[in-house]
Design a protein around this ligand. Sequence first.
Ligand code: SF4
Length: 308
Amino acid sequence: MLLAAPRGYCAGVDRAVLVVERALERYGAPVYVRKQIVHNIHVVRGLEERGAIFVDELDAVPAGSTVVFSAHGVSPAVVAEAELRGLHAIDATCPLVSKVHREAARFARADSRILLIGHAGHEEVEGTMGEAPERTTLVTSPEAADSVEVPAGEPVVWLSQTTLSVDETMQTVERLRARFPQLQDPPSDDICYATQNRQLAVKAIARSADLVIVVGSANSSNSVRLVEVALDAGAAAAHRVDDASELLPEWLEGVATVGVTSGASVPEELVQGVVAALGAAGFGSVEEVRTTEEDLVFSLPKELRPAR
Ligand code: SF4
């Protein structure tokens, strides 16, 4: 078994989960959370057991309650609605998502047309588009780049969701640039360090693996991308599972080497469950393949930091 590293929790997920835990300690249950705090069903259930209540929209939050905004970020309209309703809002948006929001707001102020590469309906995309809805056009794939329209004479910049496939995003950018030679690049990478590192690590194991198992939930963009990246990098097969209970014995038929990794919202204990199950199925020899070290940590919102 080849175990990719880095895998699992990134700094933004770590911080977001800690924000809910600290808010529960400090303000008591219930603490409301708008949308899933991170896209992992096990994490969400664990926080529910401790008193978090997950809601889709703010109108489900009683006046005066504490509400946490998820790691994926919210549009300015949601922040304004929370203020209007007198909610105590705590923002668990990953700082790397907030950075893309600031870029979008800045380019919109400069009257640029923003071509946002991302997936329709994803919470992060909804939040980022909300910074400048009238100046932002969503580009959902390399193919979609061929038909996107930009008003003549407008400066054009591309930005992206943080959890996309790096390779596919670059294909989209090339196709956009072929049509709009003046296309400006973002000031820095929008696809975050954790997404990039997990994709590089899965590529390193996929080349030698007959099968790659990605631990992560179906609505986790970066986990789903890891399956695609593994297949593109040469894995004969790749499947996503939420946990060990979803492993199917037929996947292992004829497999000599299995690779394992996990998305950025996945607790390590779920990976270890998969490792144990695969070990019991005959893949007892485990080698970790590490492509880089990570040591990034984001500080908590001020109100939740320990008192000095
Ligand atoms: S995947 Fe990247 S952008 Fe998303 S929470 Fe983690 S560090 Fe932040």
